[in-house]
Structure formats: structure tokens, C-alpha cells
Design a protein around this ligand. Sequence first.
Ligand code: ZN
Ligand code: ZN
Length: 415
Amino acid sequence: MDLTIHQNCPSCGAQIELSEADRLILCPYCEVRNFMVTRGPLRFVLPDKAPDHIDRSEMFYAPYLRFKGNIFYCKGKYLKYKVVDTTRQGISASALPPSLGLRPQAMPVFLVTNEVAGIFLRQTVKAITLLEKAAHLMVIDSDTIKAPFYHRAYIGETVSCIYLPLYIDNGVLYDAVTNTLLARGGSVEKMREIGSAYRENWTPHFLATLCPRCGDSLTGEHDSLVLSCYNCHSSWEEKQGGFHALDWNCVVSDHKQIYYLPFWKLRVRSTGVEMDTFADLLRITNQPLVIQKKHKEMELDFWIPAFKLRPSTFLRLGKNMTLSQAKIPEGEESMVKRMHPVTLPRKEAIQALKSILAEAALNKRKLLPLLPEMSMHPLATELTYLPFFDKGHDFVQEQTGIALAKSVLRFGRKL
Ligand SMILES: [Zn+2]
Ligand SMILES: [Zn+2]
């Protein structure tokens, strides 16, 4: 489930409401667009109802880590996945509730800014530990499969930190959201001593959405990670606080009623188990076709959806597009209308490579044990928009005939 975030417009200061995946923020009051740049996980605080006699500087905040995403894993001859949405203590403290329960979904959260006075307790549990725990639980869950474990990847992930506001009144620790008593005694005082005040690099900053090349305004949707300039036909992603041009193209269709979906086209080399050409991919995954000279001359590209999807659809679409790549013509740097936003970052597409390879394997018993020794390196990345016919309930890819239900796309925007 998505968080609702209250945030002040960086241009006019009005309070606006966002959802967790939003990056391009259009203020309904001043109509200025700003692109949110984060350094590390977003940090939120739950709204509190601490009594008036508690000085704001006496408040303190306990970190909870929130993870939302998919874990893909390979075990025995199976490629499986699990959708995870969990919030856990980011600090070991028995006095605190182990989880925030449904509270982050039931109330708006606020981005931590310099206006939040008080002390933030130090996060001592690493986000990766939380992920490993979730993955481990899942492996235990699937204990019925008594087989070796070969690979796992976290994809489509959001990791954020949500602070639970607390205060101490007459030596008693209270949860400031509900004003309920949590513990007595002085141990919590010690926790507060090792906390720190707000740090400036916690707050996202904002970029004006102007094309660095031509100065025209960049466009995108609220959850777009890549912005487009329709004036000079360029694509931009944020990196280290600035916009950087992306290698991109679009396979422009002559037909009407076309919708364009973005894919990360990753040129890959694999070591450990050698995979250099498209023919190698066909051979390693045991595709039922005769490998020809033209396959041996083709580069090896993986076509990974650049937008969030349910895990099963994500794997299937990535596999089908990768295996059908010979049918896709070269694109051009030409902006079109009706382009789906990029919502899955390139680094997650890279993490998905082995899972897509596993999905493509017809003989999983043979391929999956090779995964640990394989190392897949992306040599180059291009963002490619492919044309899909709008056929009522489905989108159908023009060159390959690969279909995708529209409902799946709508669902993906909420992941
Ligand atoms: Zn504004
Ligand atoms: Zn431009």
C-alpha cells in the first residue's frame, strides 16, 4: 500500500499531497513543476498528538524501516518470487512496538525537515539486514522445496525510513501518535543520548524541470524517473543531483492508436558461464529452434521493462521481449505522444538480468545451478520505447505480437 505524504511546495510553500513514488511534483497552487532528488532513503515522520506541556525539543523519534518490493529467487529447479511490504524496527529496543502496523497507511506522513525539532534515534539495523530477513523467512516458507538455493534479487524496491514520535513524561515513555504508555524506567533515556538532531542531507532537494540542452521545459508524469524534452528530443535522468542525458530511442509506428512502453535495453556480457551473442542465449536457455549464423552475429541484449509490473508479468514480458528482439527494428531519437513513464530505474533492471535469464530457461534444472558462477555485466544501456497497438483490454506490441493486459499496467503504477 502507498503512503500519503504531506510536503511543502519548494516554490510557493503551499502544502501539497504526494504519494510515495512521486518524483515530478506539480504544485496545484503555483503550477510550478519540480523534480525531487533524494539522497538515501526518504525519511518520514508520523504526525503526533503530544500534549502541550511537552516541549517540542524534548520529542524524539524512533526509526522504522519500510521495504516494499519483490524478491525473486531461484531454488532447485524453481524460479519464484514474493511480494514484500513490511515495516520493522530500525533500532533494537524492546520498549518499542516491533512494527508500525497499519499506521503509515492510515495517516499521512510528513517528510522530515529542519522544522522537526527533537532528537532522531540512530538507526542500528541496516536496511539490507531487514531484506535478508524477509528473504530468509521466505526461503523457510518454501522449505517444502528441499533443493539448493542459487540466486536472489530485490526488484522494484522502495526503502524508506518512518519515524515514530515519542516523549517521556514523568519518567514514562509514551508513543506520541496515540499518547499510549510504552514503558517505564530510564533505559529509554539512554537511547535518546545516542541520537542526533535533524541532518540537512536527509531532506530531498528539488531541480527546476528545464532541459539542460535547450532550456525548454521537461515533461513527464508524477512518477516518471526519466523526463523528456519535446523541443530537442532528448531524455533526462537525475544522477548525483543533476539531469544527465540518456541514450534513448523510439521505434516510431506509422499506425494510429499506439501506446509506447519503455524498455531498458541492456547489452550484456557474461563471464563464468560465457554468453557473448544472442546465439549463446538461445543455446543456454535451450530454445527450440535451430541456431543460425545470423544469431551468432547478433549482439546479446536483454530487454527489461522500464516500468513496474507484477512479478509474474515482469518476468514474462522481459523474457518474451528478449527472445523476440530480432524482430525489433532500430529506433530513432524522436519524441512521440502517449509514452508510458519510466518507473523502474536502470539499476533495478540490471538486478533483474539473472531472473529474466532463469525465466527464459526451458530446462531450469540445468540452468539454475549455473547462476551463482555467472557474472553478468551490462556494457551499454539504451532506453527504448516500443509501439503497442491499443486493442481494448490489451496492448499488443506491433513487431512481435507480444500482448500485455492494460489492467496490469494500471496495477503497476500503484506498486
Ligand atoms: Zn507551489
Ligand atoms: Zn531540450
